[in-house]
Design a protein around this ligand. Structure first.
Ligand code: DCP
Length: 230
């Protein structure tokens, strides 16, 4: 098959060596992507590109993330089109170090978030169709290739607890079933590989672990995740 699912990180060493390497860190809201990326910031060979949530919270003075959560039917097209633009900008920033590590990608925006909004009836079909046109244009005309996806796989209940704990103001009304639906879409995309083609190889880490355990696992797998660039 063109794309292979690697569940053992050591298998990544089978990937051909390249000049540069692009990793996207994916997983449900609250699974621990920021913590994971924080850990890799200390590496000399890694450029970490955190998700531009601050931009989403202040676009021309508007908090588009808050608007989307308050009234998804009205604002999810505006919000997701801005997410798509800012994610594309993240993919495109000039790369200096050999490894580029992105928090999410244009792919999870499309396969998980936009898909979820549409399927749950929060995004009208015409809005979905417009975003799809943009997405297809990006695929055809822009370089958004990923070499590796690190999937931080966590139980939706664990994510829900973490969400409540961190208490991000915009997310106060996010219910457990929203996280369950997003979890299922991540699973369909990255584990079962249904519907959409996976744009790179996938490493799955158990993100239910507490911070100490997860850091231990990251330390053990550091070289493998960085494909030799450590
Ligand atoms: N979001 C969205 N649509 C997207 C991307 C993100 O609605 N295409 C929302 C979900 C969250 C917020 O933006 O409310 C931030 O999402 P992430 O899950 O990407 O980032 P976190 O900071 O929650 O990640 P983690 O807790 O794993 O560090």
């Amino acid at each position: 098959p063109e794309f292979t699912l690697f569940t053992q990180p050591k298998d990544i060493c089978k990937l051909p060596k390249q000049e540069t390497f692009t990793v996207a860190v994916e997983g449900n809201i609250g699974c621990g992507k920021s913590t994971f990326l924080e850990y890799f910031k200390s590496s000399n060979n890694v450029e970490v590109r955190s998700e531009p949530v601050d931009l989403w919270k202040n676009v021309g003075g508007w908090n588009s993330l808050e608007l989307m959560y308050k009234d998804a039917k009205r604002w999810s097209l505006a919000f997701q089109s801005y997410v798509q633009l800012t994610m594309l900008q993240q993919h495109h920033k000039p790369q200096v170090k050999p490894v580029k590590m992105l928090e999410r990608s244009v792919f999870s925006a499309r396969f998980c978030f936009v898909e979820n909004l549409y399927r749950s009836g929060c995004m009208p079909a015409v809005d979905h169709a417009i975003l799809e046109e943009w997405y297809q244009w990006i695929l055809a005309n822009q370089t958004v290739q990923l070499d590796l996806i690190v999937y931080l796989r966590a139980d939706p209940c664990t994510c829900y607890e973490r969400l409540k704990k961190r208490n991000r103001q915009e997310e106060t009304g996010v219910p457990l079933d929203y996280l369950e639906a997003l979890h299922q879409l991540h699973e369909d995309w990255l584990i079962h590989q249904r519907l959409f083609k996976v744009p790179g190889h996938v490493v799955v880490l158990d993100a239910n672990k507490n911070l100490v355990e997860l850091q231990k696992e990251m330390e053990e797998k550091r070289q493998e995740i960085l494909c030799g660039y450590f």
